[in-house]
Design a protein around this ligand. Sequence first.
Ligand code: 6R9
Length: 666
Amino acid sequence: MANEVYHPDPSMKPTPYIKSMKEYEKMYKRSIESPEEFWEDIAKQFYWETPFTNKFCSYNFDVTKGPISIKWMEGATTNICYNLLDKNVRNGMGEKIAFYWEGNDPEDYSRLTYKKLLIQVCKFANVLKSKGVNKGDRVAIYMPMILETVIVMLACTRIGAVHSVVFAGFSSDSLAERLLDAKSKVLVTSDGVWRGEKLLCLKEICDAAMERSKKFGHEVESCIVVKHLPRLNASQSRDGEGKENDEKSPEKRKAFDYQVPWDEDRDAWWDDEMEDASSSCYPVWVGAEDPLFLLYTSGSTGKPKGVLHTTAGYLLYAATTFKYVFDYHPGDVYWCTADVGWITGHTYVVYGPLANGATSVLFEGVPFHPHNGRYWEVIQKFKVNQFYTAPTAIRSLMKFGDVPVKKFDLSSLKVLGSVGEPINSEAWLWYYNVIGSGKCSIVDTFWQTETGGHVTFPFFGVLPVLLDENGKEIQGPGEGYLVFRRPWPGIMRTIFGNHERFETTYFKKFPGFYTSGDGARRDEEGYLWITGRMDDMLNVSGHLLSTAEVEGALAEHGAVVEVAVVARPHPVKGECLHCFITTKDGVKFTPKLSDELRRRVREKIGPFAAPECIQYAPSLPKTRSGKIVRRVLKKIAQNDRNLGDISTLADESIIEILFANLPVQD
Ligand code: 6R9
């Protein structure tokens, strides 16, 4: 497939912003040769309370010359919420729909206009103020995909508070770690949420996390809880006529019995707080380089990194990538399936679309509930024009064949997007032919929590370089480390509370460059193909994890003496975890122990991290200096005997034993 070129179908009558390759090249050239002019023009579309005072962009990307620093529009003041909501309402878009909300249950849906969103945001901003939240304070968000989640994020930006969204699939320990690191003053959550057939009792998880955070020295002052479950129950009884009471599944019984844990001094219901809150809230003008949000991403040491994004640059970049990459035009309906708990949800569910006055779909459910055609049903229901999802979702839906797709009318689609991991040819072709009927363009968007927005093709202002192991630039075709020579507006500014770790992680390996951690290959035509992570990171269903954090969770088990975790390819998830476990002397490796270990990873990190395979290893292949040779374990996990050079191993005999004990794989 790599050799085939697919052009957009002329019958689509596209009216793209960028009409030809030539035009793209011209714009790209300008963004590289005169970046300040290029972005200054774009900045004119937004409202600045005061203009920038210093240079439009100043930076140091070279650790050998001093601390890394990146500044865009220094001195300017603005408010993101004002630009996303007030500005659009003032421009006559008050009645335009900002979000179509589609619940887990197809009977449960609603919509919200720009004007109504603004009112809700102002009200909640006042609630936050009443809880003592000031500019710069952190507010943690552990929420389902509901409209209130967007309201909380924007309410934070209205008063200059910094949101820290934690994906509501993380365990209480992971949430606690993030509350503690950010020292979040307030936590906003919901009583619970149905994900498909499964009930998640979010408030219970939050209570455990707040307790743990307190134990380690940080107390969350207030917890605000959206009452979400009764609404779902009501809709169930609407069409079920109370049927669910007669034939309760264990999950439904759990919902019925769920008593939301409560601390009178700390907790408050959303509705009670919102009832009397004023709907007017003057925006707090913040500096261009003031923090906008924190979002934690896995770090190779095991401790997650609080990636910090700032105001002006992120706004410019989210808005511009959204507009050009998805070619969003007024009147289009756009849908990004990512959870707001990940960066894709931040930039392409919330900030990018709203900055363009777009109408989007906010989907709470899962692709398989109540049937395997749910995504396609939602596209038909809202006449979605741009659809953005992950290869892992595409692969898992491909399994059911074309029949569930063909039941729905997908003719509204114009652009399809892919994000999170490399997309394989088979999945790409199915996406193109079956979902896009061979007519839609596919945008494969490589980017990271750290980059703030898309950085592929390359996007405007992005200057990618390939380096070999010695830091020498690879010109022309070849494969190497993907690094970037200079900042674009949306790049992260630091790791919260740890600028040194920021410099070490991203700037030390190749001084003068931002190192992405990914590898890439440049083909004969100059196109870049992402080959995957070059560091100790794993990508399971598009979720980044570090070997260290999974190993850490497993090693805490009393029966384990040593552990090594590697990734191996998985037909649906992209990669999955294969764990090698050495037990303590006298402890037998049993299926029960294996289950316990798997559960431990779910509890410590989250269900998405649950290992596919846990294998007993009497010992691990090590170098003479005692370093575990993960490269060899990776090959064993894949049942691949091309082990390369194993002469550095202290004891080669273990390799055959591990191959012999390899569990049967599907
Ligand atoms: C946006 C996001 C970042 C890592 C990144 C890379 C992988 C993301 C990709 C892709 C190939 C794509 N990745 N998009 N690999 N093609 N289109 O996913 O952010 O969660 O921080 O993950 O995901 O390995 O370094 P994040």
